[in-house]
Design a protein around this ligand. Structure first.
Ligand SMILES: Nc1ncnc2c1ncn2[C@@H]1O[C@H](COP(=O)(O)OP(=O)(O)OP(=O)(O)O)[C@@H](O)[C@H]1O
Length: 300
């Protein structure tokens, strides 16, 4: 698989505070890569390092197969579109005037800015000053500005932050469409639910370190969901399985995050103690639960 971005041992330290450490990013070409983590986990710092806005303390970055260094930086950055923190538009100017500035700054032809505006479906709002735009429209204008140069890689920092559900859905659709057209999109969020279905690959950051990187299925496979035991003697079964943290859950007994070996031990123990076991089931675990487990419940 060819990668749009790879990093090796990427890290950033401010004074004696390490905010990103040992990061080995693998962003496959043509995917939507969901970069997830609680607030303050280092997502913005990482994205800024990829864009040469922050100098890494350690490690290497390769983009489009080439090392990001002084001699390649200009050319590589010319093929990356980015939206970091607040959208970069001028409030008192209209959307059209803002796009015109981008066009002039990057020396683009009209076609590119027109296409970018259509992609984000802002063509009917171009003559309003940006200060009258909704947050969703501002984000879309910011994305249009990043798209104007028709980048191969788009890096977006929390583009759904503060949007209502309709706005979030709009951005999701846009990202999927861009990836469908061949643009690699790296998008950060502190809420798994906001990019879960759009992202084909997930990278989960916690306190500056990668906790997980892979597909959603791989993430789900790593989880150990709870086990539920059906028995006519739930009180006695709960007491007998106390060392596995058993507790009553309606008519059943719940054993949190029990792996296969412990499941076998619990069942053997209950049977040995002559408790009738009528059923043993695995609870279903949502991706949200796995994310919460990984980030220590700080994903919200
Ligand atoms: N210039 C800086 N000097 C010192 N510390 C910094 C600097 N920039 C960021 N940090 C610290 O680095 C940590 C990671 O911040 P960063 O913004 O990368 O996290 P984040 O995951 O993007 O969170 P958020 O979603 O809140 O932006 C934070 O604790 C922040 O205070």
């Amino acid at each position: 698989m060819s990668h749009m971005i790879t990093t090796h041992d990427l890290g950033k330290t401010y004074g004696d505070r390490t905010v990103v450490a040992n990061l080995d990013l693998r962003v496959p070409e043509g995917c939507v890569y969901g970069f997830l983590g609680p607030n303050g986990s280092g997502k913005t710092t990482t994205m800024k390092m990829l864009l040469s806005l922050v100098r890494p303390t350690t490690g290497e970055i390769r983009i489009m197969g080439r090392p990001m260094e002084r001699s390649t930086r200009r050319e590589l950055l010319g093929r990356i579109g980015a939206l970091i923190e607040t959208p970069p538009s001028y409030e008192h100017l209209t959307g059209r005037e803002n796009m015109r500035l981008v066009k002039r700054l990057l020396d683009l032809d009209d076609g590119r800015t027109t296409r970018a505006v259509r992609t984000v479906r802002l063509q009917d709002h171009l003559d309003k000053p940006v200060r009258d735009y909704s947050l969703g429209m501002r984000q879309r204008l910011g994305i249009a500005m990043a798209l104007a140069r028709e980048p191969r890689l788009l890096i977006l920092d929390e583009p759904t932050n503060g949007l209502d559900p309709a706005g979030i859905e709009e951005i999701r659709r846009l990202l999927a469409q861009l990836a469908g057209d061949g643009t690699t999109v790296m998008v950060s969020s502190h809420l798994l639910g906001e990019i879960d279905r759009t992202a084909t690959v997930l990278g989960i950051l916690g306190e500056g370190r990668m906790l997980f990187q892979g597909t959603r299925d791989q993430l789900l496979a790593r989880s150990t969901p709870d086990v539920l035991i059906d028995t006519p003697e739930p009180e006695r079964a709960t007491a007998l399985a106390a060392r596995w943290s058993a507790y009553r859950d309606g008519p059943a007994v719940r054993l949190p995050g029990l792996d296969r070996t412990d499941t076998a031990h619990v069942v053997a123990h209950l049977v040995h103690e002559r408790v009738d076991v009528h059923g043993v089931r695995r609870d279903t675990q949502s991706l949200e639960d796995v994310f919460m487990d990984l980030t220590g419940g700080r994903g919200l």
